[in-house]
Structure formats: structure tokens, C-alpha cells
Write a protein that binds this ligand. Structure first.
Ligand code: SAM
Length: 257
């Protein structure tokens, strides 16, 4: 039976791999690296660097494949079908990779950014591949340090305040309104700087881009003061590198409900 590890590799720093992740890397014959195109080639490079760091003397194979682009024009009610189509297209690729590139008794691995449980579709895609019944395999999941944990660690703060909830959401959702019943909100996948909508409220921001990599940028402070600085740094970094990955915590202060 083919075996697959889905390995959370942390937010970008090779030191963020857990001992469990390193053990799983050492037991892997074939690594599957999926790349969305030129601008994401850096991410494939970072994954390869992690393999170099942690498997200096081991022989393994790396198979790179092109990840299909998601139709980002679809919005509102069309959002879910677009995501479903994209998942199906990815399932076709994953099924082919597993069937063609992994021998019957070999171990393969997908290296997932951060933690596989958070805004990542690898597990859903593998379940779809299994449900189709065309290729059989067993898989397990190795948790990783998410960009959320890495963000708050770098800012030396917690996610929640005492006895209070915290919510993790997307930039798209934050642009529709501050979530109800919660004052601490972590925002991921925000291409449009949705925090700008809240600059006139008493909110602090803890922002980080490329966390854990040599390009890391951190900014924290009252949102009204930090927002213009973040916009400037973000635009400059995006221009320089061609892509950006940023995450932030918004912390609303009492009395501004
Ligand atoms: C598809 S999600 C994957 C999240 C990942 N599974 C995790 O646990 O962090 C991609 C989003 O994660 C965040 N992200 C991932 N790595 C990051 C990093 N090194 N620095 C800042 N944000 C990061 C960004 O919000 C980005 O838009």
C-alpha cells in the first residue's frame, strides 16, 4: 500500500519544522511540490531549502507539478463552485502524481505551508482522490507551526485576551464587517488590505509578511498610525518580490463596540 505524509512545515523558517516533521521527511521517498507559477517559484525554492537543511545525506526524489490557478473572478455566491472546480482539477493532478510517481511500497509527502488544518485544501483533495477509488493509499497528517502562531510569537503577544474568544478569518470576510462577538481577529488571505476599513476605530494591529523567512517584515501599533506604514511596506515588498504573504491580528480595545 502506498503511504503519504501530509507534513506541516511551518511558515518559512526551516527551524520551525517539528521533530515529528523531520522524522516524516526522513522516511519519505518522493516529495511532491506544487507550484502555482513564476511568482510562487520562491515558495518551491524555500521548500527545497528545507529538504537540503534536514536531509543533507539522504537520497530522495522531488516531483514538481503545476497547481491549477483558481478562478478568482468568481465572487459572492459563485465563490464555492469556483473553489470546488479548482479542488477537482487539483485532485486530478494529485491522483496522477500518486499513481505515476509513487511505487506501491513507497512513501510520498506533500509539504504544506504552516499547518495543514488552516486554509489549506490538501486534506480535502486527498479525500476526494480516495473517494474516486482510482488509486489506493494510506495517509497521515503531521501538524505544523501555522503562520498565525509564528505571527504572534514574533510580536511576543497572545492570540486571545483572558477568557475571550479569538476568530481566524479571511480578508474577504473582514471587508464585509468586523466579526460579531469577538474583539481579537486574525486575518489571512487578504489581498486588499481590508484593515483599512477600521482605521477610525480604537484597534491595534500586529502585522507580519514573509514571517520566518529572510524577507520578514513586522509592524505593530495603533491601526490609524500603523496602516499607512503597512500599506507602503506592503506595496514596496510586493513590487520587489512579485508576491506577498501577510497575516495580521486586529485587537479591538474595550469601549469601541
Ligand atoms: C493558503 S493560506 C495557508 C495557511 C497555512 N496553512 C498556515 O497554517 O499558515 C495562505 C495564507 O497564510 C498566510 N501565511 C502563510 N505563510 C505566511 C508567512 N510566512 N508570513 C505571513 N503570512 C503567511 C497568509 O495570510 C497567506 O495568505
Amino acid at each position: 500500500m502506498r503511504k503519504i505524509h501530509v507534513i506541516g512545515i511551518g511558515a518559512g523558517d526551516p527551524d520551525q519544522l517539528t521533530l515529528q516533521a523531520v522524522r516524516a521527511l526522513r522516511g519519505t521517498d518522493v516529495f511532491f511540490l506544487l507550484d502555482k507559477g513564476e511568482v510562487k517559484a520562491d515558495l518551491t525554492g524555500l521548500r527545497r531549502d528545507m529538504l537540503d537543511v534536514h536531509l543533507p545525506e539522504r537520497v530522495y526524489r522531488v516531483v514538481e507539478a503545476r497547481d491549477p490557478e483558481r478562478d478568482r473572478r468568481a465572487g459572492g455566491v459563485a465563490y464555492s463552485p469556483a473553489v470546488d472546480d479548482w479542488r477537482s482539477a487539483r485532485a486530478d493532478i494529485y491522483a496522477r502524481l500518486i499513481a505515476d510517481e509513487l511505487g506501491e511500497d513507497q512513501v510520498g509527502a506533500f509539504l504544506v505551508w504552516g499547518d495543514p488544518s488552516l486554509y489549506d485544501s490538501t486534506l480535502a483533495i486527498l479525500e476526494e482522490v480516495l473517494a474516486r477509488g482510482e488509486v489506493a493509499f494510506d495517509y497521515d497528517v503531521v501538524p505544523g507551526i501555522s503562520s498565525v502562531s509564528a505571527l504572534v510569537a514574533r510580536h511576543r503577544t497572545g492570540l486571545n485576551r483572558v477568557g475571550r474568544p479569538v476568530q481566524i478569518t479571511t480578508g474577504r470576510r473582514l471587508s464585509e464587517g468586523f466579526p460579531q462577538g469577538v474583539d481579537d481577529v486574525v486575518v489571512m488571505l487578504d489581498a486588499h488590505q481590508a484593515f483599512r476599513r477600521y482605521v477610525d476605530q480604537d484597534v491595534d494591529i500586529y502585522w507580519g509578511a514573509y514571517i520566518g523567512t529572510p524577507d520578514e517584515i513586522l509592524v505593530a501599533g495603533p491601526l490609524a498610525e500603523a496602516a499607512p506604514r503597512i500599506e507602503e511596506l506592503r506595496a514596496e515588498a510586493r513590487e520587489r518580490k512579485g508576491w506577498i504573504m501577510d497575516t495580521y491580528l486586529l485587537r479591538r480595545n474595550p469601549g469601541d463596540g
